[in-house]
Design a protein around this ligand. Structure first.
Ligand code: TPP
Length: 396
């Protein structure tokens, strides 16, 4: 048998047309008609566009601030979302408050938009807490580091919603690399078999750490779910309108008993995988530059620039809405969030080593108590003060 290159598709495969890439806003900011998505954007006003712009600017700032905080030694690690703002804002904007979301570790922007205090995120990535928020308060599960595991949790949760005859549905986020994981494939089998009200949102950011998507997906990722009996849509993930419309469509389908849908949002991770990664070791500067031209925030600004002069002074946009005003409003919102974040850092306290044993089980547990006591004695060998599990001030 001859050797087969990993990077060339196997020969003899029947030609199947590639699914279209749905796009509503071109990289130049022009609105394109899209038969499937346009009906889901009928309520879109310049004011709403301005809000989507603001949310993208704010989460980009959150991301930049946290990347800097990691470099300053304030955070242990940070997984940047730079470049993925449209995928996160567009999908989060489509959710109803009662819907439940299962994120991976990169959906820090989604967490913010669900109402998580940025300080919760900072505490999490600083290592000062195991979960930076109460999942029930914001209908967002704790972040998942195990690749793809949350897709199974999401399907189980959606099946519960189905049995409760709830109008709420579930959204699971994962990356392109996660689609190679057994969990995601098992989740799709269950979702299809039980007609679960769940939306799988894959942010295909082209890289699973240093592995390109082309290595693990010989066809578009959106081709695969059809094999499980799950309809899929491939959208421009840097187009906030396309992502919002596709997610609204999929969530409503689930809400109305239509079962699961899969969305592949084609985007790009502009930064490193995490602050511990150096992407220049595995990808070219030309590739990064090519994606920079598709920036999700720039294209909304370009669209607003073309749109606003035509908005009537007393129209939806409100009097005096200009691109400059939108930029200013968004910048101000980002500044306010960043100031709150920096000020909040001083409030962070270390939980103490015994916090590890809290919130593991719903009820006190003999074995847990035995382990806790064992750990207490172990720590006592080094420093008696460490027995004090109360939060300590000024431990930065
Ligand atoms: C089960 C499991 N295997 C391996 C890892 C190590 N790991 C962390 S991130 C990552 C790549 C994930 O890539 P992708 O799913 O595309 O998500 P992205 O980071 O691009 O958002 C891997 C393999 C892990 N966390 N969990």
């Amino acid at each position: 048998m001859g050797s087969v290159s990993l990077n060339t598709p196997p020969t003899g495969m029947p030609h199947v047309p590639e699914p279209d890439l749905h796009q509503v806003l071109t990289p130049e900011g022009h609105r394109r008609p899209d038969h499937d998505l346009d009906p889901w954007l009928e309520d879109l006003t310049p004011r709403r566009l301005a809000e989507l712009h603001r949310d993208m600017v704010v989460i980009r700032r959150l991301d930049t601030e946290c990347t800097h905080l990691q470099r300053q030694g304030e955070l242990a690690l940070w997984p940047p979302l730079l470049g993925q703002e449209a995928a996160q804002v567009g999908s989060a904007a489509a959710l109803h408050a009662e819907d439940f979301v299962f994120p991976s570790y990169r959906e820090n922007g989604v967490a913010y938009l669900r109402g998580v205090d940025p300080l919760g995120l900072v505490r999490l990535w600083r290592g000062s807490t195991y979960a930076g928020w109460d999942p029930r308060e914001v209908n967002l599960a704790a972040q998942q580091i195990i690749i793809g595991a949350q897709s199974l949790h999401a399907v189980g949760h959606a099946m519960g919603q189905q049995r409760d005859a709830s109008t709420a549905v579930t959204l699971a986020y994962f990356g392109d690399g996660a689609t190679s994981q057994g969990d995601v494939n098992e989740a799709m089998v269950f979702a299809a078999s039980f007609h679960a009200p769940v939306v799988f949102l894959c942010q295909n950011n082209q890289w699973a750490i240093s592995e390109p998507v082309s290595l693990q997906a010989r066809r578009h990722i959106a081709d695969r779910p059809w094999g499980f009996g799950i309809p899929a849509m491939r959208v421009d993930g840097n187009d906030v309108l396309a992502v919002m419309a596709a997610t609204r469509r999929a969530l409503e389908r689930a809400r109305n008993g239509g079962g699961p849908t899969f969305i592949e949002a084609v985007t790009y991770r502009m930064g490193p995988h995490t602050t511990a990664d150096d992407p220049t070791r595995y990808r070219s500067a030309e590739e990064v530059e090519a994606w920079r031209a598709k920036d999700p925030i720039d294209r909304v600004e370009a669209h607003l620039a073309a749109l606003l002069p035509e908005a009537s002074p007393d129209g939806d946009a409100g009097p005096g809405l200009t691109v400059e005003a939108v930029r200013e409003e968004s910048g101000r919102a980002a500044d306010e969030m960043a100031a709150r974040l920096r000020a909040g850092l001083a409030e962070i306290t270390d939980p103490g080593p015994e916090a590890l044993f809290e919130h593991v089980y719903a009820e006190p547990h003999h074995e847990l108590e035995r382990q806790r006591e064992h750990y207490r004695l172990y720590l006592a060998q080094f420093d008696g003060e460490q027995l004090d599990a109360r939060p300590r001030e000024g431990s930065r």
